[in-house]
Design a protein around this ligand. Structure first.
Ligand code: SF4
Length: 334
């Protein structure tokens, strides 16, 4: 096993779909397939891809909110998939989640104070007075004043609700935070504030962060390492500069072209991503991206490309990565 702080090996998640009633057979939905990733302590991994690519499912698997169908997830050398009951509850203090919808994630019958205090109460941290002090300190750290602590979620704005959700996530001083589309439900004017708050807390607390988003500009802003997912698989993973400044997989290239930011110098030079994401119930043979890839060859339907090292600190799953990049980066003539 590697020495990485978080290490995923061959992680997959399959759901049985349909199959109820006479004569109906269940189909297998491959939400996540054969994902192997390593994250060093203190790093931020950005997980990016279109809606439905499996990134939120992968976040839930890392958080042990769902059990993987296959593979292992080691945190600090311990396989989380082997834990259950009290042992898993004890480890959960070390990894917490920030959810997409701040309203849905908060109990409407609890005040902000009670919500932030809940994990401290659950884990019997300190005395009542110590917990109150921790709640006030944590609230202040996320930009909430004493006046917010007596309010219920419906009395708070979306941004304030997300600050409460973040306070709850960091109250136990975890090592790892998984943020699943943590700003996408917020007004654009608020997104940057919450994003900067997460980045600041990460630095102050020495957190390891998994940042899940469909928004490449957000991922580029916060990440050290980026993993690009397509139909449940990682198709490109590497340091943020390599992936965003010199994307190697045709999917990463088109995803960046379809994004208003984050590489203005390269915007508008290539066609936006077309076509629909294929159904994970019936994924294409070979390379899952072949139905949308302008470079597909017969080999692409016959053989699944594996992640292989490509040009520096990055891996790419494409049979024709070198050829594609030679063609795309060739200077235009005429
Ligand atoms: Fe395109 Fe083939 Fe590469 Fe898949 S393996 S991305 S279909 S060129």
């Amino acid at each position: 096993m590697s020495g990485a702080y978080l290490s995923l090996k061959g992680v997959g998640k399959t759901y049985a779909v349909g199959g109820k009633g006479l004569g109906r057979t269940a189909q297998k939905l491959h939400a996540v397939s054969d994902v192997s990733l390593e994250v060093e302590r203190g790093q931020t991994l950005g997980l990016v891809g279109e809606s439905g690519c499996g990134k939120s499912t992968l976040a839930k698997l890392i958080m042990q909110l769902e059990a993987p169908t296959e593979g292992t997830i080691h945190l600090d050398g311990e396989d989380l998939t082997q834990l259950s009951g009290a042992a898993l509850k004890a480890r959960r203090q070390r990894f917490q989640m920030i959810f997409q919808d701040p309203f849905a994630a908060l109990n409407p019958r609890m005040t902000a104070r009670a919500i932030i205090a809940e994990p401290l109460v659950n884990y019997a941290v300190g005395t009542k007075a110590e917990r109150e002090r921790k709640v006030q300190d944590t609230a202040a750290a996320v930009g909430l004043g004493p006046e917010h602590l007596t309010r219920f979620p419906h009395e708070l704005s979306g941004g304030q609700c997300q600050r409460v959700g973040i306070a709850r996530a960091v109250a136990l001083s975890p090592d790892l935070i998984v943020a699943d589309e943590a700003v996408s439900a917020l007004d654009v004017s608020i997104q940057a504030q919450i994003l900067n708050l997460i980045v600041r807390l990460k630095a102050q607390m020495g957190l390891t962060l998994i940042f899940v988003s469909h928004d490449l500009s957000v991922v580029a802003h916060v990440s050290d390492v980026v993993a690009v997912m397509y139909l449940g698989r990682i198709v490109e993973v590497g340091d943020v500069d390599s992936v965003f400044n010199a994307p190697a997989h045709p999917y990463t290239r088109t995803l960046i072209e379809a994004t208003p930011e984050p590489t203005p110098d390269k915007r508008g030079t290539r066609a936006p991503l077309g076509g629909e994401l294929p159904s994970p119930l019936d994924p294409p043979s070979g390379c899952a991206f072949r139905t949308r890839c302008a470079f597909a060859e017969p080999r692409c339907s016959a053989e699944r490309p594996l992640l292989r090292p490509f040009n520096g600190p990055r891996q790419v799953a494409c049979h024709l990565a070198q050829k594609v990049n030679d063609v795309m980066d060739a200077p235009a003539h005429g």
